[in-house]
Design a protein around this ligand. Structure first.
Ligand SMILES: Cc1ncc(COP(=O)(O)O)c(C=O)c1O
Length: 412
């Protein structure tokens, strides 16, 4: 496989020319010039209300539709109108679960995990007030995995939904969502997947995921502060409208986008796909646009694994360090979001020590509060998390390791 040309990659992200080493990418990634240019272009040339008959309105409407087509291609949706966009994964999930509320019958069972970000738990637990019974699929405390056997014990003829994460934003583990989808569908239930921590590292394929609902945020995937929720069309059609009474149940996706999408941010997202196609082409692919995107992600994964393995190799042997997640990064089983703690020490001082060297990492529960508490790590202020993106370099990881090593030895 051709190696990633990091000079080419880094030129796409102006912020990388500064002196900060960005290793909090699972919090938010840097933004492509291609994205920012499109947002600016839209605002300065297309700021009219959509849906009118005059030429500017028609042209602006075409830009927003082009954005939806582009996102549909990026995620491999069957139909463009399955693409619902909105401000954030949290708000899309909140809207979605609220739309399910009127259809909940007392005794309906919903399975959530204790390793998800709260965005894919909280909206579901609110359905309790309609009589839903919430069951927790908890990680195995020895392996930190979500065991399929445990899920099978929880599934019942009353199960309506299972909500899980494609990759944990703490552990980095990639979960076998397609296998889960089979089990869930056999039980007559549906699967909702949070892919926020996954989408920056693998090419999303909503069809291959087996999910019924699939959500992630563009601001972690080199784009603007914005998000997408994909849903199977037959499911979305069955859902009640969240929009005005005269926006009927067949008006997809508008019925699930009250107030409409953000036009300029939608248009900006085309820049993400443009970038992936350009990187795939630079890597020698001359296939379809999705094949080029896949080539780009294959090279990202190889590079990210090498960086992650460099850090993990250090963490594996450093006395006192406990990696919270899989200890290696060589078999595709994890994304390069790496969490750890140091003995029984507080996580905060280590992170603060690195601040002075302009190394951006962070500590905490990352809103996966239930997981951090289940692991008893809240006592230490949560984990220290280093989250790598494909634009990071070996030199950056080495600088991180150097200062991390000092911080650990300082024994604050
Ligand atoms: C795994 C995961 N899910 C959901 C979210 C929430 O995304 P948003 O900020 O778009 O609501 C995050 C944010 O960090 C996340 O890491």
């Amino acid at each position: 496989m051709t190696a990633l040309n990091l000079d080419l990659v880094r030129k796409e992200f102006p912020a990388l020319a500064g002196d900060c080493i960005f290793l909090d990418n699972a919090g938010g990634s840097q933004v492509l010039t291609r994205v920012a240019d499109r947002v600016r272009d839209y605002l300065l040339t297309s700021s009219v209300q959509l849906g009118a008959s005059y030429a500017q309105s028609q042209a602006a409407g075409e830009k927003v539709l082009a954005a939806r087509r582009s996102v549909a291609q990026l995620i491999h949706a069957v139909h463009e109108d399955e693409v619902v966009m909105g401000g954030a994964t949290t708000s899309l999930m909140f809207f979605f679960t609220q739309a399910l509320l009127p259809g909940i019958r007392p005794g309906d069972e919903i399975i959530v995990t204790n390793s998800d970000h709260e965005a894919n738990i909280g909206g579901w637990t609110r359905l309790e007030k309609a009589g839903a019974v919430i069951r927790f699929w908890n990680v195995n405390l020895d392996t930190l995995a979500l065991d399929l056997g445990d899920l099978q014990k929880l599934l019942s003829p009353r199960t309506r939904w299972v909500a899980m994460t494609h990759a944990s934003n703490i552990l980095g583990t990639v979960n076998p969502v397609a296998k889960v989808a089979e089990l869930v569908h056999q039980a007559g239930a549906r699967l909702c997947v949070d892919a926020v921590a996954y989408a920056p590292h693998r090419l999303v394929d909503v069809q291959a995921s087996g999910a019924d609902i699939y959500v992630f945020s563009f601001y972690k995937v080199f784009g603007p502060h914005y998000a997408v929720m994909w849903g199977k069309r037959e499911l979305l059609l069955q859902m009640p409208s969240l929009n005005h009474y005269f926006i009927g149940p067949d008006v997809l996706p508008y019925k699930l986008q009250p107030g409409n999408v953000n036009y300029e941010l939608s248009y900006g997202c085309i820049g993400i796909s443009d970038y992936l196609v350009a990187m795939g082409t630079a890597l020698g692919s001359n296939g379809s646009e999705r094949e080029r995107m896949q080539t780009a992600f294959d090279a990202f994964e190889q590079h990210e694994d090498a960086l992650a393995e460099r850090l993990l190799a250090y963490l594996r042997i450093k006395p006192g360090v406990r990696i919270v997640g899989l200890p290696t990064a060589t078999d595709g089983a994890r994304v390069p979001t790496i969490s750890f703690v140091i003995s029984d020490r507080q996580s905060e001082p280590v992170v603060r020590h690195l601040d002075q060297f302009h190394i951006g990492i962070r500590f905490g529960d990352f809103y996966a509060k239930r997981l951090i508490e289940a692991l008893g790590l809240d006592r230490q202020g949560g984990v220290i998390r280093v989250s790598i993106a494909h634009y990071n370099t070996v030199a950056e990881i080495d600088k991180l390791i150097l200062h991390l090593d000092q911080a650990i030895d300082l024994k604050h």
